[in-house]
Design a protein around this ligand. Structure first.
Ligand code: DON
Length: 357
């Protein structure tokens, strides 16, 4: 065999083998076992107590924070107790970590936009969303009419009202009841229990949603809503009034974190292949014109609602939700934003954070 640098290296390794073998024998078996088990431990695993500790610590840190104000453009929301404060985190193996108020329900509001959009993706594929109302951020308020005018309704992310009402209009069904039942059942599958509508909130918003009706009419005028714009607005208003508690929301988020399979009930709620598209839209505009700040702070696809809830998804790890009604100027719960950032950063939830090798 011709000698090359490589064969020379092999030969000198051969000479070293007995020495290496002796050195290995000098290490005791328990020490070897310890080394092996250290290597086998999954790098990203966060233990249960760490999740519960993070949830408890964030609750203690923010429970007395008094910033923000309940939404009042929907009159019933002004009446909701501003002191409701609940945190729930559900891991992709179905474990629940929670504290605070876990029984009070609030209306889901804009968080429903995620699931109705996902339903449209299930029925027509993700391109139906991209082609009809787009997936770019408007950078404007969630109910901006200027944003519609700017691109004739074609650059409307489904996380803002024009795109969301259009998404509702795209759910198939020959009657209002058929469409509505599908939307409610889809949300319930993600929560893992049958959800119901908060009737006073639905009524209150239906009586005062002239702006959303105008938005629906404009999206119809520009050809994005194909028929019955006011019916689409009405169903959208009802979906926004679905009642949820913190655990419902966290389970919904965890289902997205788990590839569309509810980790508590085991039900596959949506196609795994569509989940990355859903998360991308959430990351783009889930917290409206503050989505950039949110992503900067947490790296998590999230979605807020004016009822005071926020969900966030750490793909492959957990879903988290916080309910606290007082909002900031962009319409996002002040305490929920701070709490989720605190918990997620404490347990390594940011998917952009490189793992040390
Ligand atoms: O359409 C509306 O104005 C409400 N039903 C939902 C808005 C909303 O939740 C915005 N969220 N932060």
């Amino acid at each position: 065999m011709t000698e090359t640098p490589a064969t020379r290296r092999t030969a000198s390794w051969r000479r070293l083998l007995p020495v290496v073998a002796l050195a290995l024998l000098a290490i005791s078996p328990p020490a070897l076992a310890q080394k092996a088990s250290k290597k086998a431990a999954p790098a990203a695993a966060t233990a249960g107590p760490a999740y519960q500790d993070a949830v408890n610590a964030a609750y203690a840190k923010f429970k007395d924070l008094k910033e923000g104000k309940n939404a009042d453009y929907i009159p019933a929301l002004a009446e909701v107790d501003p002191n409701i404060y609940g945190i729930a985190l559900v891991t992709t193996d179905g474990k629940v970590y929670s504290t605070g108020d876990l029984t009070s329900a609030v209306s889901i509001q804009s968080i429903s936009k995620v699931f109705t959009m996902a339903k449209v993706m299930e029925e027509q594929g993700p391109d139906a969303i991209v082609n009809n109302m787009g997936v770019d951020a408007t950078g404007q308020a969630f109910n901006s009419i200027n944003a519609i005018e700017q691109y004739k309704g074609s650059e409307m992310n489904p996380m803002v009202n024009p795109g969301a009402i259009t998404a509702t209009s795209m759910v198939s069904g020959s009657t209002r009841d058929e469409i509505w039942n599908k939307i409610l059942a889809f949300h319930s599958d993600f929560a893992g229990r049958p959800l119901a509508v908060n009737q006073p909130v639905f009524k209150s918003e239906a009586e005062t949603n002239q702006r959303n009706q105008a938005i629906a009419m404009l999206m119809y005028a520009y050809g994005h809503i194909k028929a019955e714009p006011l019916r689409a607005c009405d169903i959208y208003t009802e979906q926004c009034a679905i009642n949820v508690n913190a655990k419902d929301l966290a389970t919904m988020a965890a289902t997205l974190a788990n590839g569309g399979k509810n980790p508590v009930t085991g039900k596959q709620c949506m196609k795994t292949e569509n989940v990355p598209n859903v998360l991308a839209v959430m990351a783009t505009a889930g917290l409206y014109d503050d989505s950039g700040k949110w992503l900067f702070m947490t790296g998590l696809p999230g979605k807020s609602g004016v009822g005071g809830g926020i969900i966030a998804v750490s793909p492959g790890k957990f879903g988290i939700a916080v309910i606290s009604p007082p909002l900031d100027a962009a319409g996002n719960s002040v305490k929920a934003q701070k709490t989720i950032a605190e918990v997620s950063n404490a347990v390594g939830g940011n998917p952009y954070a490189p793992k040390p090798r």
